[in-house]
Design a protein around this ligand. Sequence first.
Ligand code: UDX
Length: 467
Amino acid sequence: MRVSVVGVGYVGLVVSACLAAWGHRVTGIEADGERLAALRRGELPFHEPGLAELVGAGNHEGRLDFGSDARLVSASDVVFIAVGTHDASGRWQTDSLVRALQQIVPLIRDDAALAIRSTLPPGVVRDVDGLVSRIRAAAGLPGISVLLNPEFTREGSAVGDFFRPDRVVIGVVRDPDEHGVSLVRALYQTVDAPIVVTSAANAAMIKLGSNLFLATKISFANELAGACEALGASIDEVVAGMAFDPRIGGSFMRPGVGFGGSCLPHQVRMTVLEMAALDVPMPQLAATDDTNQRQPHRFVAQLVAHLGGLARQRIGLLGLAFKPDTDDLREAPALTIAKLLLDEGATVVAYDPMERARRTAQSLLPRLRTRERTSEVFDNADAVGLVTEWPEFTALDWPALAERMRGRLVVDGRNALNPDDVASAGLTYVGFGRPVRSPERGAGVVELRGHDGTPVVPADHEIAAVS
Ligand code: UDX
């Protein structure tokens, strides 16, 4: 089939490259001249595992190309819109969407389908039909099929998520003879997953509800971790035990410095605001946001509690991106943490494997010192904190790195490190909801601390196992 994708940012480029890999003939349409030129050179504007290879193969085999001319959509059976729908401050913005619709809707073939891939604010879903119909009528054209096809891909695993989705959701805005649904179904014919065809309002809420639930799960795990710390339980074992119940499951239950990225924080906050405007209170979702915003402060509080203050302390940070396998710093907890530490007078030295993440962080926080190697973060550090669980950080040579430090503290903001490895290098390990491991007290003996880092049980409290 012939497909156009309007807007080849993160979402649009994944759709374009993956559909091309399935054998469809795809044209990505991009207004940003710099991005377009880079894509034509085979350079991606962000890091996403496997995507550059797919774009390269698509270009090479003639199934994927890029252009700026909106008229390119007129050859397509399905036209995707994948423009951004929120602004730099994390608020909804639909100007780009409306502009894109005004430009391309008159150019879409009468028998083609328009599929909106961008995440829409729920309130806007209702307006799409009228907007598209007015644009078509003003151009003297008949109506077209209009659908929502929300994405559920995660950064860092977007290609795999696209090829092997849990479900494909198609929301019908307007599709009187179901012609549009059959076109979009045909695009996904090789997918081994349920295809959910439903109303546009339901499709938008399936997308939103999924992200809100995932965010809530993480905040719940973070609250539970706080309770575990106070009560002498270990969150790893608690979650493992809970996860045997299939109604609960163990995924998205890893506590730490909180959820970041372009989707979860923004959608939680915006839904609370949007629903408040409709007189629908969402106290639980507001608490999800509140808990999440506390997590970077909890990380900093652990440093303060163990170091006795931050002024003139040298803190090393491992990781800057909001999660591994991306160079995305949007709503990255690392930025909040670095700023809090700098404001308290600490020197902050950070490393992330992604050069682009280091560069962006440096420009956003000029006082931050970025380094090009993991080991440099440890040099003369009073404490080192892990903020992004890049796999390379989970296999560090702790005894060698401990020697480079002047202090003895490691705070694991993602519960990604093995406390035994850290403690056996002579360092004190502090995680989230995990017992503190102090080397001088020996393996298996822990000192438990409350939220503010103060001890809450006798220091010789024994634990059964720390994984
Ligand atoms: C999310 C949704 O997962 C995806 O389905 C949707 O299409 C886009 O939004 P993404 O933002 O890429 O994907 O990342 P995700 O894997 O959901 O992680 C979001 C944040 O939550 C990260 O900062 C991650 O570190 C954090 N997280 C995740 C936790 O703190 N604990 C967990 O248990 C899981």
